[in-house]
Design a protein around this ligand. Structure first.
Ligand SMILES: Nc1ncnc2c1ncn2[C@@H]1O[C@H](COP(=O)(O)OP(=O)(O)O)[C@@H](O)[C@H]1O
Ligand SMILES: [Mg+2]
Length: 253
């Protein structure tokens, strides 16, 4: 049975797609997944990225990698229009499934506190999100360190995840160490003050990450230099902590 992890945050541009493909790439590398097998769905270890985002950023990223002549060692599935497929995700043949999701319903400020309104919305996106959250083993919530908009993350954690009792963790993403630690520390303390689950792993801001989608590379395929090594290391640490948390909440669902 696959282990299903959903990348979720109502806010766009926080790194859901970037984290999805790079986490999948690291898992595929650790498990020794083969690109040819990923295409033919063979018997070896397998990782899949399932996108329910109509914009399909993670799908586009994988296509760029293929076009650049590099291997995509995991399956990439567009399920933005396939609610039934999503409901059956538990019976999919994969060891690890990472679900990339779109940002969802921007609430009017006054609706944020209205318990009678489902923040996932009632359109196709809302249905797809509800379907994957029903089968999810856990959720990773990326949050940008510069902390411009905290409310979408609060809605995500407190109105979507906590009521469903889905194990989750907030991951501080896109923090640029050159900007000093103030923004990161402030973001971490906001998360702690609300009592949310927080990953110790932080994904720092690195140019190779931003460029990966244009030059067709996952973090496992960056050129070998000091910066690229550090950039990849953040995903290796995230994957390791993700698995340690998985052990901790095993049996919780
Ligand atoms: N850690 C990071 N380092 C560098 N660029 C990043 C990082 N995280 C996100 N980005 C960039 O920020 C933009 C938004 O990220 P994306 O994954 O598309 O967000 P989302 O899927 O949540 O909308 C992209 O251009 C992405 O490359
Ligand atoms: Mg995205």
């Amino acid at each position: 049975m696959p282990y299903i992890t959903v990348l979720l945050n109502r806010k766009g541009g926080v790194g859901k797609s970037l984290l999805s493909v790079n986490l999948a790439a690291v898992y595929a590398e650790i498990l020794g997944c083969d690109a040819a097998e990923a295409e033919t769905a063979g018997d070896g270890p397998s990782v899949a990225v399932v996108s329910i985002d109509p914009q399909g950023t993670s799908i586009e990223h994988a296509e760029k990698v293929k076009k650049a002549g590099r291997p995509v060692p995991f399956r990439v599935v567009d399920a933005s229009q396939s609610i039934d497929k999503l409901r059956r995700l538990r019976s999919a043949k994969a060891d690890i499934i990472i679900v990339d999701t779109p940002g969802f319903m921007p609430l009017k400020a006054e609706d944020d506190e209205d318990e009678s309104i489902d923040p996932l919305g009632d359109g196709t996106t809302g249905d797809a999100l509800r379907a994957v959250l029903d089968v999810a083993d856990d959720v990773i919530v990326p949050l940008e360190a510069e902390g411009s908009a905290f409310t979408p993350t609060r809605v995500t954690v407190e109105r979507v995840l906590i009521p469903r009792q889905i194990p989750y963790g907030v991951v501080v993403n896109n923090w640029d160490p050159r900007d000093g630690t103030a923004d990161r520390d402030r973001t971490i303390s906001l998360v702690q003050r609300r009592g949310w689950e927080l990953y110790n792993a932080t994904v720092r801001h690195y140019k190779p990450h931003t460029r990966g989608i244009t030059n067709g590379r996952f973090c496992t395929q960056y050129e070998s230099n000091h910066i690229a090594t550090k950039a990849k290391q953040d995903f290796v640490s995230l994957a390791l902590e993700h698995q340690l948390r998985r052990q901790k909440h095993a049996g919780a669902r």
